[in-house]
Ligand binder design. Structure first.
Ligand SMILES: [Zn+2]
Length: 87
């Protein structure tokens, strides 16, 4: 599990579309074998969808703050609870 930090870090770039196909494949392989990273990935991916949808209708600052806090909480307590934080 030593490469998890690196994998999670790369997930952000993956989500931003900054990785090439080979690195994408590496991450996909890691996600297949590593549940914590897969959950982190799902969480981030879902947030992106929510944010993208809400941005079209203008996100209230308060919601943006709560999302930022949830992401921060997730990175400070990566194993806390195991489920998605309630937004
Ligand atoms: Zn991992």
């Amino acid at each position: 599990m030593g490469d998890c930090d690196d994998a999670v870090h790369r997930l952000y770039h993956f989500l931003d579309g900054e990785l090439d196909d080979r690195k994408r494949a590496d991450i996909k392989r890691h996600l297949d074998e590593c549940n914590p990273c897969l959950e982190a990935f799902d969480f981030e991916a879902e947030l992106r969808v929510v944010i993208a949808q809400r941005c079209r209708e203008q996100v209230p600052d308060r919601l943006r703050e709560r999302i930022a806090q949830a992401i921060q909480h997730e990175s400070i307590h990566p194993e806390g609870g195991g489920g998605l934080p309630t937004l």
